[in-house]
Design a protein around this ligand. Sequence first.
Ligand code: PEP
Ligand code: MN
Length: 336
Amino acid sequence: MILRLEKHITGSQFSAIQQSLMEIGYKANEVRTQHEHYLIALGKNEFDIRKIGSLPGVADIHQVSDDYQLVSRKWKVNRTMIDLGDGVFVGNGQVAIMAGPCSIENEKQVELTLQHLSDNGVRIMRGGVFKPRSSPYAFRGLGIDGLKMWHQAAKASGIKIISEVMQVSQIAEMHDYVDVFQVGARNTQNFNLLDELGKVDKPVMIKRGISGTIEELLYSAEYVFSAGNEKIILCERGIRTYEKATRNTFDINAIPILKDKSHLPVVADPSHGIGLREFVEPVALAAVIAGADGIIYETHQKPNEAASDGQQTLDFSESARLIKKIRNTFELREGS
Ligand code: PEP
Ligand code: MN
């Protein structure tokens, strides 16, 4: 059960609400986010909801039958829209496009990618500076200096940045240079990281875990929300299955299911989802039809020379074609 509290609730009103919840056998968890003050009350006993809902200091009350609460669609009328500033949104009823290399490599690459995105009206660039690599000998990213260089160039182009944060200590150093923190598939259940991302006033995109269920992804989002950050994007990026023909199995089902279960925007990552350049496009378009609020994919001026994930990376002409097709497919979906 979610109680949204009045902005100017007094200390004694708050205590009285807590007391009433205790009396009906409910355990209350206080949550303060950027915008709101909530009590998440968990319990099983039957009670008259009007008795709690009418207490002074309660703005509204919602019974949520899901175990995750704040990220559930069951209590929120409007879907969450993420505002990145300067007219850039995710979840505003349009389809957001986020594109860029797997890894940020050098200034030239950043400049060429920004130019490509600007030419095609894409406002969000992806790229990793802290790279989770299966082998410790593989390229592990340019680190914070690479992010600073990228930020300066992106700012001049009016393009927003999404980049992966791998550990708690990186949050503060990255904070001023990213517009969205990405939590990678290997960190979806790094609960310390999620807790700390709950304390920042910046959007967080959480990728589904490599072998994670849809429910586990929602619980990960609940960590961030309950720690204080409402600005969350969910991302389906494929899961590990017994199938060997593709890098991962992109779970198209996850898109309508996540949109049904949660009010948070849902983005699809076809690059990691299938892992094969020639099939990124059909998977991306299928995800748009399935209801995705955005597509994130990898592109590079010379994919075969990319420092990571070249096999699933589009060149700029393939990327330009995909951008057009994403927009056309979105129009088709919306029936306009
Ligand atoms: C990435 O986006 O480059 C990445 C490492 O993704 P994932 O965490 O989904 O594997
Ligand atoms: Mn990658």
